[in-house]
Design a protein. Sequence first.
Length: 233
Amino acid sequence: MIEDDENVLTTNVRVLTRASGGVLCCYKARTLAEARDAIAKLGYDLIILDIMLPDGSGLDFIPEIHAATNAPILILSARNTPSDIIEGITRGGDNYITKPYEPEAMTAIALAMLRREEKRAKPEPAKTITRGPLTLDIVASRANINGTDSGLKPKEYALLSTLVQNEGRLVSAKELYETVWNLPVNDDVRTVWSHISKLKKKLLITDFTPLTITVERGNGYCFEYNETMDLKF
């Protein structure tokens, strides 16, 4: 937080810290010189920036912030005309609050910006899983062998997807049934064996292909991909 008014600085830090349940750690800078030194030494998730500071303009400081960090910038300023706000955003601010303001409202905006950045930083979930000649299209729920759709039915695909995501681990028929059918298992789990038998035929899986689904009678099923084998189907 870059702010030269000690009362504003102290209040904002207190309210932010309390609203975050004590999780947020706020560094206080009263001048651009202090801010410059702090940004050079540590990483930050959000910059809250005043414009009119004792040693210069916060707007002129924004390019230095962008050069040092990807953290978003929330501008707090007594400059409150529409042209001031437009200038603050076009100069590189991500949000703009005019003074006077309610600290709680500022806190809500700051925390929302932090949540958005946290979400943006999370990696996109994979849309496909590839094991040699096999590709699972997670979005379309399709299994392709060497680029050709294997024509699996929904339960067959769900079984295969569960096994692939547990590659190398023996998955019991009971676990497969409860995961795929989303029902409590009864004594008869032959339907699992039947569906897996059909999907193996559709995927051309045998003991002599790089893809295998092994069966341990009474124990379960295990998917494995042997990349050292000849991949010619």
